[in-house]
Design a protein. Structure first.
Length: 361
């Protein structure tokens, strides 16, 4: 063992800070190496610029001679996604260990398992607040505001994207790839619905990638908003529960979450899915033809592939909503909003009840 490693042993830093530091070290080295390689020659021709900035500029000139920049799609998008997977790995550890852990301790959480769960839920809640806000900004400046679903299809294919829309979509893709790595490698302690979570994440990644490739990004943005907005309130409710706030506070928070869940994940999501089935191939909306080389992936039959994926997600959400209703029944009978499940490990903390299991969508 080197002198440097000896100085960084758990006895000098504390076990938890030592673990966090070791998990941060690798992504920090990768990010630093990419930045250094780019700064050697900060030019768009430098291949490392593809990791840091989105590619495929398209310059458009309007009738008045004004030039605007939009963005197409291509293989270099994988470099940008890969970079953000690493960035999320670093951000996750930094926020959890250096911001949320002190908050959990200050808030009086004693159980180590609950501290870790608070950190996990706090991190994804912060992410969903940012993601939902950006998604709403994009939708607000688009013709399909507020879920004007006809305009999800008018003018298809929507190949060219603004800088914000493209970076948002690729970063969302990177977030979900990083989340499935967390699940598969069991970086987070698994719950009993691990298989459902993995299935959910795989379907989500396939839908994100498929919608990006086939130019259904308007639909994807609408679905992102329905998912992310409801997840904010789920995460907040769980964090409140871990902080042992008074029962009426957590119950009110849970009821608020349940209302938002039904509205966003079943109503708004439902009208998007219905529009895909009913409106996407209407002649007055677009040309419903199969010509992938020119961006046309929408036909009377291909839409059912996407609809099938959306229905699979809805089935999973109905499963989780049944669990929500079980908790609501407890609240209606004067109990606090707790889940009957525990973590899959049989440690000494597993007998403590936890809020509704997170199914990060």
């Amino acid at each position: 063992m080197s002198i440097q490693d000896e100085k960084r042993k758990p006895s000098s830093l504390g076990l938890k800070n030592y673990i966090a530091e070791r998990q941060i070290e690798l992504p920090l080295k990768i990010i630093s190496a990419i930045l250094a390689s780019y700064l050697v020659s900060p030019d768009p021709q430098n291949p490392f610029s593809k990791f840091l900035f989105i590619s495929y500029h398209i310059y458009k000139t309007d009738s008045d001679g004004n030039i605007s920049v939009l963005y197409g799609k291509g293989y270099w998008d994988f470099a940008y996604i890969t970079f953000w997977v690493v960035v999320f790995t670093l951000i996750r550890e930094c926020i959890m260990w250096y911001i949320l852990r002190p908050i959990a301790i200050w808030g009086g959480i004693k159980s180590e398992r609950k501290i870790v769960r608070f950190m996990e839920q706090g991190y994804v809640t912060i992410y969903y607040i940012i993601a939902a806000s950006v998604g709403l900004v994009i939708m607000r400046n688009s013709p399909y505001w507020f879920f004007e679903t006809k305009h999800l299809w008018v003018g298809y294919p929507h190949y060219e994207l603004t800088y914000l829309a493209k970076s948002y979509y690729l970063i969302q893709f990177a977030f979900w790839l990083q989340q499935i790595v967390v699940l598969v490698l069991q970086i987070e302690r698994p719950r009993k619905d691990l298989l459902q979570l993995i299935a959910h994440h795989i379907i989500t990644i396939l839908l994100i990638g498929g919608s990006y490739l086939s130019n259904f990004t308007r639909t994807g943005n609408a679905v992102f908003i329905t998912m992310d907005f409801s997840d904010i309130w789920l995460g907040l409710s769980k964090c409140m529960k871990y902080l042992n706030l008074p029962g009426f506070v957590t119950n009110i928070s849970f009821i608020n979450f349940m209302i938002i869940w039904v509205y966003a994940r079943h109503y708004l999501y439902g009208i998007v899915a219905y529009s895909l089935w009913a409106d996407s191939c209407l002649p007055e909306n677009n040309e419903c033809i199969w010509d992938p080389l020119n961006g046309y992936w929408l036909t009377w039959w291909s839409k059912y592939i996407i609809l099938f994926g959306m229905l699979l997600l809805q089935i999973l959400m109905i499963y989780w909503f049944i669990l929500i209703l079980r908790i609501a029944w407890k609240v209606a009978n004067g109990q606090t909003a707790e889940d009957s499940r525990s973590d899959s490990e049989n440690d000494e903390d597993c007998s403590e009840k936890a809020p509704l299991s997170k199914k990060t969508d």
